[in-house]
Design a protein around this ligand. Structure first.
Ligand code: C5P
Length: 420
């Protein structure tokens, strides 16, 4: 039987830290969890203590660090730690730890605790790309996933030694969020991220331009990328308004942080976006706005017997242009562009024409990219001339990459603007 947790007692989380360069980031995870009211019990491998001092964790966590299976005050520390934990998180988890856990080894305090617990376990791997992609590591992960272990995959980025690739430990804010989600602490989800206190507006979906009361012109946009953007911002702490022309449902644990405004046409979307953007620091136009609409939609349903109608089209309002004209100082404006050829050149020209800070370009001629897929591959262009390549990944990871750039711009603006 699952132990029943006293809801008044703070949740107890064992934070396992392995010996990798990313061990220093576990300090930030620890601090975020303690700030969110979690009782953090740090357990370090002996190798981890070579990267970060035990004193640092002992000072920040809720209890002193434990490293040894043989503790004079507690003869069986691993069973006590395992049985009393509401969750065990390992960050960073090295290839060595994943192998020991998958193989059922228990030769140190952390691996023994992992075997002695029935609480949910979250592992956050971090290692060099070659190691991460090695079949041995991937098979160990598959074994752990099959056994119900939660895995927070590493990100792409700069690794120790200057290499760039997959294997960088997930962001500490994301790890802390995931722990809180797994603990069912929905009320504190979104209180830890780098966008706390920031108002974000995101548009999503393909607009519907009426032909008559029952027919409309639209496009293939599913709104999935817009939803992923809204959820990423909410998870990082933002207050989000999602203006959507597609029927989208926000994940329950984030729903309190996302106000969904349903719209139909480009004109509706323009009105809703201008209203929401007036109080926002970040505006992301991910919607596939129709470029043309019927000039004079029929008031009554067009009947077959009336013959084939001639539909005259006119351009829709350019919402990004209107948002750019109404932009408040310091507001970050992000546009999207679906391209099929000369992607970078078209993207760069569009960034300037649309007067946006960031333009997220996707090459929709590639398999798995863009409309209606759960995956996407993009290049993020910024107005300083830099470009960031995000190879094929989930729309959620693309959303996180966009907000990494947005967040960097917001803090740069804050640094330039002295706060009262
Ligand atoms: O020019 P294009 O339609 O490719 O530009 C795409 C970007 O412009 C997207 O961010 C889209 O949401 C926005 N857009 C807009 N209003 C329109 C058409 C596109 O805001 N009428």
């Amino acid at each position: 039987m699952e132990p029943v947790r006293d809801s008044l007692r703070p949740p107890r989380v064992v934070l396992g830290v392995c010996g990798g360069i990313a061990a220093y980031k576990a300090v930030d995870v620890c601090r975020r969890l303690v700030d969110a009211g979690v009782h953090v019990v740090p357990v370090m491998t002996v190798e981890a203590t070579r990267f970060v001092g035990e004193v640092t964790f002992s000072a920040l966590a809720s209890e002193p660090v434990q490293t040894s299976l043989f503790d004079e005050s507690s003869p069986i520390p691993h069973t006590v730690l395992g049985q009393t934990a509401d969750l065990v998180v390992v960050a960073p988890a090295t290839a060595q730890l994943l192998a020991r856990y998958a193989g059922g080894f228990s030769d140190d305090l952390l691996s023994a605790t992992l075997l002695a617990t029935r609480a949910p376990v979250l592992v956050c791997p971090a290692m060099h790309t070659e190691m991460w992609e090695h079949p041995a590591v991937q098979e160990n992960l598959a074994t752990l996933l099959r056994r119900g272990v939660h895995v927070l995959e590493p990100e792409e980025g700069r690794l120790a030694g200057g290499d760039v690739g997959a294997g960088r430990l997930a962001d500490p804010a994301t790890i802390a969020q995931r722990v809180l989600e797994l603990l069912g602490r929905d009320e504190v989800v979104g209180t830890q991220g780098d966008l706390v206190g920031v108002r974000v507006v995101v548009s999503a979906g393909g607009t519907r331009e009426p032909i008559d009361p029952v027919r409309f012109l639209t496009n293939r946009s599913s709104g999935k990328q817009g939803l992923a953007l809204a959820e990423s911002a909410a998870r990082r702490g933002a207050e989000v308004t999602l203006v959507t022309a597609a029927p989208l449902v926000v994940r329950p644990e984030l729903a309190a942080r996302v106000t969904v405004v349903g719209v139909e046409s480009a004109s509706d979307m323009e009105r809703a976006m201008l209203a929401a953007a007036a109080g926002a620091q970040v505006v992301v136009m991910a919607a596939a706005v129709a470029d043309f609409r019927p000039k004079a939609p029929a008031e009554h349903k067009l009947a077959k017997g009336d013959g084939v109608p001639e539909i005259v089209l006119e351009p829709t309002p350019d919402i990004l242009a209107a948002l750019s004209n109404a932009r408040r100082p310091g507001q970050v404006l992000v546009g999207f562009a679906a391209e099929t050829h000369d992607v970078l050149a078209h993207g760069r020209a569009k960034l300037e024409r649309k007067r946006v800070d960031l333009l997220v370009v996707n090459d929709v001629s590639q398999p798995g990219v863009g409309f209606d897929h759960d995956t996407n591959a993009v290049v993020i262009l910024d107005d300083a001339g830099s470009s960031f390549d995000i190879p094929l990944t989930t729309k959620s990871a693309v959303a996180d990459a966009v907000f990494d750039r947005v967040s960097a711009r917001l803090s740069a603006h804050e640094r330039k603007t002295p706060q009262p």
